[in-house]
Design a protein around this ligand. Structure first.
Ligand SMILES: CCCCCCCC(=O)SCCNC(=O)CCNC(=O)[C@H](O)C(C)(C)COP(=O)(O)OP(=O)(O)OC[C@H]1O[C@@H](n2cnc3c(N)ncnc32)[C@H](O)[C@@H]1OP(=O)(O)O
Length: 194
Protein backbone atom coordinates (compact mmCIF):
# COMPACT_ATOMS: atom_id res chain seq x y z
CA UNK A 1 0.00 0.00 0.00
CA UNK A 2 1.25 3.48 -0.73
CA UNK A 3 -0.18 6.95 -0.95
CA UNK A 4 0.34 10.64 -0.47
CA UNK A 5 -1.55 12.90 1.88
CA UNK A 6 -3.41 15.99 0.70
CA UNK A 7 -0.62 18.19 2.10
CA UNK A 8 1.69 16.85 -0.62
CA UNK A 9 -0.67 17.51 -3.53
CA UNK A 10 0.42 20.67 -5.36
CA UNK A 11 -2.34 23.27 -5.75
CA UNK A 12 -3.92 23.72 -9.18
CA UNK A 13 -1.93 26.93 -9.78
CA UNK A 14 1.46 25.37 -8.94
CA UNK A 15 4.20 25.93 -11.50
CA UNK A 16 6.71 23.65 -13.16
CA UNK A 17 10.15 23.81 -11.52
CA UNK A 18 12.78 25.87 -13.33
CA UNK A 19 16.35 24.64 -13.41
CA UNK A 20 18.70 27.48 -12.45
CA UNK A 21 20.92 28.52 -15.39
CA UNK A 22 24.03 28.00 -13.24
CA UNK A 23 22.95 24.57 -11.99
CA UNK A 24 25.58 21.84 -12.37
CA UNK A 25 25.44 20.13 -15.76
CA UNK A 26 23.64 16.78 -16.08
CA UNK A 27 26.02 14.03 -14.97
CA UNK A 28 28.02 16.29 -12.66
CA UNK A 29 28.54 15.15 -9.08
CA UNK A 30 27.08 17.69 -6.66
CA UNK A 31 29.55 16.90 -3.89
CA UNK A 32 28.82 17.27 -0.19
CA UNK A 33 27.09 20.55 0.65
CA UNK A 34 28.51 20.46 4.21
CA UNK A 35 31.34 18.32 5.57
CA UNK A 36 29.40 17.55 8.77
CA UNK A 37 26.11 16.66 7.06
CA UNK A 38 25.02 13.19 8.20
CA UNK A 39 23.62 12.51 4.74
CA UNK A 40 26.49 13.54 2.49
CA UNK A 41 29.42 14.89 4.52
CA UNK A 42 32.79 13.16 4.56
CA UNK A 43 33.34 14.28 8.16
CA UNK A 44 30.71 11.94 9.64
CA UNK A 45 32.27 8.52 10.09
CA UNK A 46 28.89 6.75 10.43
CA UNK A 47 27.12 9.03 7.96
CA UNK A 48 25.64 7.93 4.66
CA UNK A 49 28.30 9.54 2.46
CA UNK A 50 25.58 9.78 -0.14
CA UNK A 51 26.82 11.00 -3.52
CA UNK A 52 24.28 12.85 -5.66
CA UNK A 53 24.62 13.69 -9.32
CA UNK A 54 22.70 16.28 -11.34
CA UNK A 55 20.27 14.87 -13.89
CA UNK A 56 18.26 16.49 -16.67
CA UNK A 57 15.76 19.16 -15.70
CA UNK A 58 15.30 19.34 -11.95
CA UNK A 59 16.28 15.75 -11.21
CA UNK A 60 19.15 14.04 -9.41
CA UNK A 61 20.42 10.53 -9.00
CA UNK A 62 22.32 9.34 -5.94
CA UNK A 63 23.73 6.23 -4.35
CA UNK A 64 24.79 5.08 -0.93
CA UNK A 65 25.94 1.76 0.46
CA UNK A 66 24.26 0.50 3.63
CA UNK A 67 26.95 0.02 6.27
CA UNK A 68 26.85 -2.09 9.47
CA UNK A 69 26.42 1.18 11.42
CA UNK A 70 23.11 1.74 9.60
CA UNK A 71 21.33 -1.39 10.93
CA UNK A 72 17.95 -1.50 12.63
CA UNK A 73 17.14 -5.22 12.66
CA UNK A 74 20.11 -7.61 12.36
CA UNK A 75 21.54 -7.34 8.86
CA UNK A 76 18.96 -4.82 7.66
CA UNK A 77 19.04 -1.08 7.16
CA UNK A 78 17.22 1.04 9.74
CA UNK A 79 14.12 2.67 8.24
CA UNK A 80 15.16 6.07 9.57
CA UNK A 81 18.46 5.78 7.75
CA UNK A 82 16.63 4.97 4.52
CA UNK A 83 14.37 7.98 5.11
CA UNK A 84 17.52 10.05 5.61
CA UNK A 85 18.84 8.87 2.25
CA UNK A 86 15.58 9.93 0.61
CA UNK A 87 15.55 13.26 2.48
CA UNK A 88 19.15 14.01 1.51
CA UNK A 89 18.56 13.14 -2.14
CA UNK A 90 15.40 15.24 -2.24
CA UNK A 91 17.20 18.08 -0.44
CA UNK A 92 19.96 18.10 -3.05
CA UNK A 93 17.37 18.99 -5.72
CA UNK A 94 17.18 22.47 -4.24
CA UNK A 95 20.75 23.08 -5.36
CA UNK A 96 19.53 22.80 -8.96
CA UNK A 97 16.84 25.39 -8.23
CA UNK A 98 19.35 27.44 -6.21
CA UNK A 99 16.72 27.81 -3.52
CA UNK A 100 17.50 27.44 0.17
CA UNK A 101 14.86 25.10 1.55
CA UNK A 102 14.27 22.67 4.39
CA UNK A 103 12.10 19.58 4.59
CA UNK A 104 8.63 20.41 5.91
CA UNK A 105 7.06 17.01 5.26
CA UNK A 106 8.44 13.67 4.15
CA UNK A 107 6.15 10.69 3.50
CA UNK A 108 7.95 7.42 3.01
CA UNK A 109 6.88 3.98 1.78
CA UNK A 110 9.16 1.13 2.82
CA UNK A 111 8.50 -1.44 0.13
CA UNK A 112 11.31 -4.00 0.56
CA UNK A 113 13.86 -4.70 3.29
CA UNK A 114 17.34 -3.44 2.45
CA UNK A 115 20.24 -5.64 3.65
CA UNK A 116 23.57 -4.33 4.91
CA UNK A 117 26.05 -4.10 2.05
CA UNK A 118 23.34 -3.12 -0.44
CA UNK A 119 23.81 -0.14 -2.72
CA UNK A 120 20.65 1.97 -2.70
CA UNK A 121 20.19 3.70 -6.06
CA UNK A 122 18.10 6.83 -5.68
CA UNK A 123 16.45 9.17 -8.12
CA UNK A 124 14.48 12.28 -7.31
CA UNK A 125 12.74 15.12 -9.05
CA UNK A 126 10.93 18.33 -8.25
CA UNK A 127 7.41 18.02 -9.59
CA UNK A 128 5.95 21.45 -8.81
CA UNK A 129 6.62 24.75 -7.08
CA UNK A 130 4.05 27.00 -5.45
CA UNK A 131 5.50 30.18 -3.91
CA UNK A 132 7.77 28.92 -1.07
CA UNK A 133 6.61 25.32 -1.42
CA UNK A 134 8.64 22.82 -3.41
CA UNK A 135 7.00 19.45 -4.15
CA UNK A 136 9.25 16.52 -4.91
CA UNK A 137 9.35 12.76 -5.15
CA UNK A 138 12.04 10.07 -4.91
CA UNK A 139 12.59 6.35 -5.24
CA UNK A 140 15.36 4.08 -3.99
CA UNK A 141 16.07 0.83 -5.85
CA UNK A 142 18.21 -2.16 -5.01
CA UNK A 143 20.09 -4.62 -7.21
CA UNK A 144 20.95 -1.86 -9.73
CA UNK A 145 19.61 1.49 -10.92
CA UNK A 146 16.76 -0.35 -12.68
CA UNK A 147 16.17 -2.87 -9.89
CA UNK A 148 13.03 -3.15 -7.80
CA UNK A 149 11.89 -0.19 -5.71
CA UNK A 150 12.76 -0.66 -2.03
CA UNK A 151 11.75 2.77 -0.73
CA UNK A 152 9.95 5.77 -2.09
CA UNK A 153 8.99 9.18 -0.75
CA UNK A 154 7.06 12.32 -1.51
CA UNK A 155 8.13 15.52 0.13
CA UNK A 156 7.36 19.16 0.63
CA UNK A 157 10.34 21.47 1.07
CA UNK A 158 9.78 25.03 2.25
CA UNK A 159 11.99 27.87 1.08
CA UNK A 160 13.70 29.68 3.94
CA UNK A 161 16.09 32.61 4.30
CA UNK A 162 19.64 31.88 5.42
CA UNK A 163 18.63 33.44 8.76
CA UNK A 164 16.71 30.20 9.40
CA UNK A 165 20.03 28.49 10.09
CA UNK A 166 21.65 31.47 11.78
CA UNK A 167 18.75 31.82 14.22
CA UNK A 168 18.18 28.15 14.94
CA UNK A 169 21.58 26.48 14.54
CA UNK A 170 24.01 26.02 17.43
CA UNK A 171 26.32 29.00 17.53
CA UNK A 172 29.64 27.18 17.33
CA UNK A 173 28.78 25.32 14.11
CA UNK A 174 27.15 28.40 12.54
CA UNK A 175 30.22 30.52 13.33
CA UNK A 176 32.58 27.86 11.97
CA UNK A 177 30.55 27.55 8.75
CA UNK A 178 30.23 31.33 8.33
CA UNK A 179 33.93 31.91 8.97
CA UNK A 180 35.13 29.20 6.59
CA UNK A 181 37.71 30.94 4.38
CA UNK A 182 36.65 28.76 1.45
CA UNK A 183 33.85 30.76 -0.20
CA UNK A 184 32.33 27.78 -2.01
CA UNK A 185 32.17 25.70 1.17
CA UNK A 186 30.76 28.69 3.08
CA UNK A 187 28.09 29.12 0.43
CA UNK A 188 27.16 25.47 0.12
CA UNK A 189 26.91 24.81 3.86
CA UNK A 190 23.54 26.55 3.67
CA UNK A 191 23.01 25.95 -0.06
CA UNK A 192 22.91 29.72 -0.58
CA UNK A 193 22.77 31.06 -4.11
CA UNK A 194 26.29 32.39 -4.68
C1 LIG B 1 21.05 23.40 3.48
C2 LIG B 1 20.36 22.19 2.94
C3 LIG B 1 20.19 21.08 3.97
C4 LIG B 1 19.47 19.87 3.41
C5 LIG B 1 19.35 18.77 4.44
C6 LIG B 1 18.29 17.76 4.06
C7 LIG B 1 16.92 18.36 4.28
C8 LIG B 1 16.58 18.43 5.76
O1 LIG B 1 16.57 17.44 6.44
S1 LIG B 1 16.19 19.97 6.46
C9 LIG B 1 16.00 19.59 8.23
C10 LIG B 1 14.64 19.15 8.64
N1 LIG B 1 13.64 20.18 8.53
C11 LIG B 1 13.54 21.17 9.45
O2 LIG B 1 14.29 21.27 10.40
C12 LIG B 1 12.42 22.15 9.25
C13 LIG B 1 11.76 22.51 10.59
N2 LIG B 1 10.54 23.30 10.33
C14 LIG B 1 10.60 24.64 10.21
O3 LIG B 1 11.62 25.27 10.42
C15 LIG B 1 9.32 25.36 9.80
O4 LIG B 1 8.21 24.57 10.15
C16 LIG B 1 9.29 25.61 8.26
C17 LIG B 1 10.45 26.54 7.86
C18 LIG B 1 9.37 24.31 7.45
C19 LIG B 1 7.96 26.29 7.89
O5 LIG B 1 7.77 27.39 8.75
P1 LIG B 1 7.43 28.85 8.18
O6 LIG B 1 8.59 29.40 7.45
O7 LIG B 1 6.91 29.65 9.32
O8 LIG B 1 6.35 28.59 7.08
P2 LIG B 1 4.76 28.58 7.22
O9 LIG B 1 4.30 29.97 6.96
O10 LIG B 1 4.30 27.87 8.45
O11 LIG B 1 4.41 27.64 5.97
C20 LIG B 1 4.62 28.04 4.63
C21 LIG B 1 3.73 27.17 3.78
O12 LIG B 1 4.21 25.81 3.88
C22 LIG B 1 3.19 24.97 4.43
N3 LIG B 1 3.81 24.03 5.35
C23 LIG B 1 4.73 24.31 6.29
N4 LIG B 1 5.07 23.18 6.95
C24 LIG B 1 4.35 22.19 6.39
C25 LIG B 1 4.25 20.79 6.64
N5 LIG B 1 4.99 20.19 7.58
N6 LIG B 1 3.40 20.06 5.89
C26 LIG B 1 2.65 20.65 4.93
N7 LIG B 1 2.70 21.97 4.64
C27 LIG B 1 3.54 22.72 5.37
C28 LIG B 1 2.22 25.90 5.12
O13 LIG B 1 0.93 25.36 5.18
C29 LIG B 1 2.29 27.15 4.25
O14 LIG B 1 1.51 26.91 3.09
P3 LIG B 1 0.69 28.18 2.41
O15 LIG B 1 1.76 29.15 1.95
O16 LIG B 1 -0.04 27.54 1.27
O17 LIG B 1 -0.19 28.73 3.47
Amino acid sequence: MSGTSAALQPPADAEKPVRHPDAPAPGELLGAHYEQCFGCGGGQSHGLHLAARAGEGVTVTAAFTVQPAHQGAPGLAHGGVLATALDETLGSLNWLLRTIAVTGRLETDFVRPVPVGTVLYLEAEVTAVSRRKIYSTATGRIGGPDGPVAVRADALFIEVAVEHFVHHGREEEIKAAMNDPDQVRRTRAFEVNP
